[in-house]
Ligand binder design. Structure first.
Ligand code: ATP
Ligand code: MG
Length: 239
């Protein structure tokens, strides 16, 4: 459902943020994207959404070429950005209505999904307040609701657990599992290796824009004498 073919992004003609990467995420998979700060995770995810344009290479989402069919590709995606500090002047309900309009979510579906998600994340009462008044975790939760409201098949989540309390993080992890189980694709970045260990079918490790590893955790751990993911990660990325 996600396909990268020899994709490169260079910022300001000098910073090679992503350097000729290729990978796939299939339906039914949860794939964790891990790597040190500045290794190109956010850039890769932004290229998937079309926010950042790739210089070279081909990106396909749900069968649509991100460059040639940007609207169809975008409709297929639920994207949680790395910073939830957006639309601060809007009330929660106003923001979700705006997103519902943009994605043409019918009113009944919209209300049903907002109600279900807000209850799951214990955000129902805050929806009538301005997002400006929300805590970081509350902002993160409303971004999750907004990203998933149009029921997109492909989820792209850039550090989605940051700032969430344990109950909300648990709910989100469960939603990710359910989404993949239903045949959809979940591609997410994290710095919390335990989350990757618990959740992922596969991990992709990136450093300085290059993919160092793409495969199952079992395979990675078995080739490294059953060391912990933390140790393997540090050894791989420090080389
Ligand atoms: N808009 C931009 N203009 C110039 N350089 C950028 C821009 N965005 C990112 N970069 C550079 O591209 C590289 C990759 O950054 P990116 O944000 O993709 O990393 P990341 O893996 O998401 O890091 P983190 O774990 O800190 O979120 C870094 O060297 C960064 O400085
Ligand atoms: Mg990032």
């Amino acid at each position: 459902m996600i396909k990268f073919e020899n994709v490169t992004k260079v910022y300001n003609k000098t910073v090679r943020a992503v350097d000729d990467i290729s990978f796939n995420v299939k339906g039914g998979e949860i794939v964790g994207f891990i790597g040190p700060n500045g290794s190109g995770k956010t850039t890769t995810m932004k290229m998937l959404t079309g926010i950042v344009k790739a210089d070279v290479g081909k990106i396909i989402v749900n069968g649509f070429n991100v460059r040639k069919e940007p609207i169809k590709a975008k409709e297929s995606i639920g994207y949680i950005a790395d910073s939830p500090d957006m639309f601060l002047r809007l009330k929660g309900t106003e923001f979700l209505d705006l997103i519902g309009d943009i994605y043409h979510v019918p009113t009944d579906k919209r209300q049903q999904r907002i109600k279900e998600f807000a209850e799951r994340f214990e955000l129902s009462e805050a929806l009538s307040s301005q997002i400006m008044s929300y805590s970081h975790g509350m902002r993160q939760k409303i971004m999750v609701i907004a990203a998933l409201m149009h029921n997109p098949p492909v989820w792209i989540l850039d550090e989605p657990m940051v700032g969430l309390d344990p109950k909300s993080a648990f709910e989100l992890k469960q939603m990710m599992r359910d989404h993949a189980k239903a045949g959809n694709a979940v591609f997410f970045s994290t710095h919390v290796l335990e989350v990757a260990e618990k959740l992922c079918d596969r991990v992709i490790i990136i450093k300085k824009g290059n993919i160092l590893y793409d495969g199952t955790l079992e395979n990675l751990e078995s080739t490294s004498k059953n060391e912990s993911l933390e140790k393997i990660f540090l050894e791989l990325t420090e080389k």
